[in-house]
Design a protein around this ligand. Structure first.
Ligand code: ME8
Length: 501
């Protein structure tokens, strides 16, 4: 059986879920559902990133323990993911016991391999990002994300010999053995690696109590990014000891946003190489959602609440809008008026109106439509083409293109109705009327399959209105993709799918 394993980043637990953070996970969920639909074995991992100074500070401000804060906020992420219909297989928390134990094991292993050494670090540290910056990376002496001056930190710590991985990484990336997409992101990583020396990485902090202790020096805790990256292995049940990798490793794709590219494209494969683990088959970094032209984020105060939008548009429509308003690899400014326009165009006037039109025409006089003896070649070809283009688009992470192919089929059906005028045919040529309605019902059935990864709820509704819900659910995709074999024997008019806003 083919398989598809996918990870998304684990979300900072001290932030509230916002539309930007929901973006990676919605995209991953669409892929997970698509691959499940294809009959593949899917494992989809997400979760929360729970250690670090910021979490401890936030807990203190709220007079609760860091644990209490993590429990509460992690539950909030789960709740939002449920609202957004995220079908993850495991939700890992970096405070999970198995994760903490595994991280400790790996640190000991890296030390044994002499890839960790003691030293002192002085650098410019942004508390907002929980990372050090080089002077070159600052903009007007400020952190490019938080627009705040970093503080100078000096402390004893342990280093990971990241520098020795410069050459192997360059080679792996150039040979496409370490696949980074889209192309611009690959070039960015190559540019960074070739622009100067790759420095060793400080991987522990003094005085940060809310973290996983360095096993041989408990006064230090491991740098949050090392802790966080390792979730990808503990999350699929690896204990850090055996050399037998869990079935879900390596993932087919690790989806991330472009802000965390370097961690995933450089530090992460370096750790995996030291562990002797296979590298993920692909790393894909998507663009930013901006709001008012700035990256949407808690610290910038411009976040959009996904739950509010799910109330306005419905979770299904929100998923559709979010991945189809601009290409996945690019940045996109979120504007409510654009969402309203697109909702009305694609969904209310587009899909919703077509479903209503066809079901009204079909149920006016009868509710049974059987396949004609000869199926309509033009429809059959059109549907096959749509499926082909759609599959290619999803396999290339081009969600907006996949949605475009669906919309194209909707337009095709609308034109067909205008051209055939089935209300006239009903009076003049019953046989023709029967065939035309059959083609349209069959198209709705295909549309329900096509939209399923994007809008699972609305897909089910369409199956229900067509009276074929339980039969379609049992079918493999290859069967569902066939044209003209389904009997529609209990079509109902159903409800309005997307009320106009
Ligand atoms: O980075 N637009 O967590 P996070 C698009 N804990 N994507 C966005 C976004 C925006 N405005 N804001 C956030 C972390 N994201 C770490 C990850 S993984 C080992 C540790 C995306 O909660 C971001 O790019 O800040 C990332 O993919 C995800 O949301 C989590 O971000």
């Amino acid at each position: 059986m083919s398989k598809f394993y996918i990870t998304t980043p684990i979300y900072y637990v001290n932030a509230r879920p916002h539309l930007g953070s929901a973006y990676t996970t919605i995209a991953a969920d669409i892929l997970a559902r698509w691959h499940r639909m294809k009959g593949e074995k899917v494992f989809f991992l997400t979760g929360t990133d729970e250690h670090g100074e910021k979490v401890a500070q936030a807990a203190q401000e709220q007079n609760i323990t860091p644990h209490e804060l993590c429990d509460r906020n992690s539950a909030k992420f789960k709740q939002v993911f449920d609202t957004l219909k995220i079908s993850y297989d495991r939700f890992i928390r970096t405070t999970d016991r198995n994760h903490e134990d595994m991280v400790a094991h790996i640190l000991k292993d890296l030390k044994k391999k002499k890839l960790i050494y003691a030293g002192a670090y002085e650098g410019l540290y942004c508390v907002g990002c929980e990372r050090y910056y080089t002077v070159k990376e600052l903009v007007d002496d400020k952190c490019p994300l938080h627009h705040q001056k970093p503080i100078t930190l000096s402390e004893n710590c342990y280093f990971f010999k990241l520098s020795v991985f410069k050459k192997p990484l360059l080679q792996l990336i150039r040979n496409n053995d370490w696949v980074i997409e889209p192309k611009e992101r690959k070039n960015e990583v190559l540019g960074f690696l070739t622009s100067g020396e790759l420095e060793d990485l400080a991987i522990s902090r003094e005085k940060v109590e809310w973290g996983i202790p360095i096993p041989w020096e408990k006064s230090q805790s491991v740098y949050v990014w090392i802790d966080a990256l390792l979730n990808y292995l503990s999350g699929i049940g690896w204990d850090g000891k055996t050399k037998k990798w869990p079935e879900a490793w390596p993932p087919d794709v690790q989806l991330i946003g472009k802000d965390i590219l370097r961690f995933h494209a450089i530090i992460w494969p370096a750790i995996l190489l030291t562990l002797g683990a296979p590298l993920p088959k692909k790393l894909y970094a998507h663009g930013f959602l901006t709001s008012g032209g700035k990256k949407m984020g808690k610290s910038l105060g411009n976040i959009i609440d996904p739950e509010e939008l799910a109330v306005t548009f419905g979770a299904d429509a929100l998923r559709w809008l979010l991945v189809s308003t601009f290409p996945f690899g690019s940045d996109g400014d979120i504007s409510m008026s654009r969402f309203y326009d697109k909702y009305n165009a694609d969904l209310s006037n587009g899909l919703g109106n077509l479903v209503r039109r066809v079901l009204t025409l079909a149920t006016k006089n009868k509710d049974t439509f059987l396949p004609p003896s000869v199926s309509d070649v033009r429809f059959k070809q059109k549907i096959n083409l749509v499926w082909q283009d759609y599959e290619k688009a999803l396999d290339d992470f081009k969600f907006e293109a996949a949605v475009g192919h669906i919309s194209n089929l909707i337009t095709f059906c609308d034109r067909y109705i205008d051209h055939k005028k089935p209300w006239k045919l009903f009076k003049e040529n019953k046989d023709s009327y029967q065939k035309v309605i059959y083609n349209l019902l069959e198209s709705l059935r295909h549309l329900a399959w096509l939209i399923n990864p994007f809008m699972p709820g609305k897909s089910n509704d369409i199956f229900k209105y067509l009276g074929i819900e339980s039969a379609e659910k049992k079918k493999p995709l290859t069967q569902g993709q066939k044209w003209g074999q389904v009997d529609f024997i209990k079509v109902t008019q159903g409800e309005i799918l997307f009320p106009k806003l």
